[in-house]
Write a new protein. Structure first.
Length: 187
């Protein structure tokens, strides 16, 4: 049985180092893990309970919910915008938290990683993402972390998948998410 891991990226920029990190996670997936990078967060309207009505949920939000619902675990890859989580990622978490008590994140293993230009690698954004996911009902994997500082210089000419140290650390992250998801799927 293949374990499905859905990857959401908090940056919309095509050349984003966090997107590259997500691409590396897909490439480094262990055997038995189907890691999928989700495209489409830019099309999802800001969460509004007035438009979150059964039968009329915006198609982009409905697609996200279906993708997350079918996944066994999620991996969030986030930059840090002004010391916190990007709006596009927070919006995705908000849509996945509904319907209240039974959203697509409920009891699902979720890990958060990322890279940022600063010396701490975006830990504030990652902490905020973990907080939001936990409140939204996800099972935050607090012991699965990866914060990579200095992204602008570190990945100026090297894709994260080609950085041996980062590739090894990211492969470990994905393997651990896979392990948590496999335990959940077998239960």
């Amino acid at each position: 049985m293949s374990v499905q891991i859905l990857v959401l990226v908090g940056s919309l920029r095509s050349g984003s180092h966090n997107r590259q990190l997500a691409e590396a996670a897909v490439k480094l997936a262990p055997e038995g893990a189907d890691v999928r990078l989700y495209d489409g967060l830019a099309e999802i309207p800001f969460y509004n309970e007035d438009i979150d009505v059964e039968g009329t949920v915006p198609p982009a939000a409905a697609r996200l919910r279906v993708a997350a619902d079918s996944a066994d675990a999620l991996l969030l890859v986030t930059p840090e915008y002004n010391g916190t989580i990007p709006a596009v990622l927070k919006n995705a978490i908000d849509w996945l938290s509904r319907p209240y008590g039974s959203g697509a994140l409920t009891d699902k293993p979720v890990a958060v990683v990322g890279t940022a230009f600063g010396q701490y690698g975006g830990v504030w954004a990652q902490d905020e993402a973990r907080k939001a996911v936990g409140i939204a009902g996800g099972k935050v994997l607090e012991d699965v972390k990866l914060s990579i500082p200095g992204s602008v210089t570190r990945f100026a000419e090297t894709h994260p998948a080609d950085d041996a140290e980062i590739a090894a650390q990211l492969a470990e992250v994905v393997a651990r998410v896979h392990g948590h998801a496999g335990t959940r799927a077998a239960a």
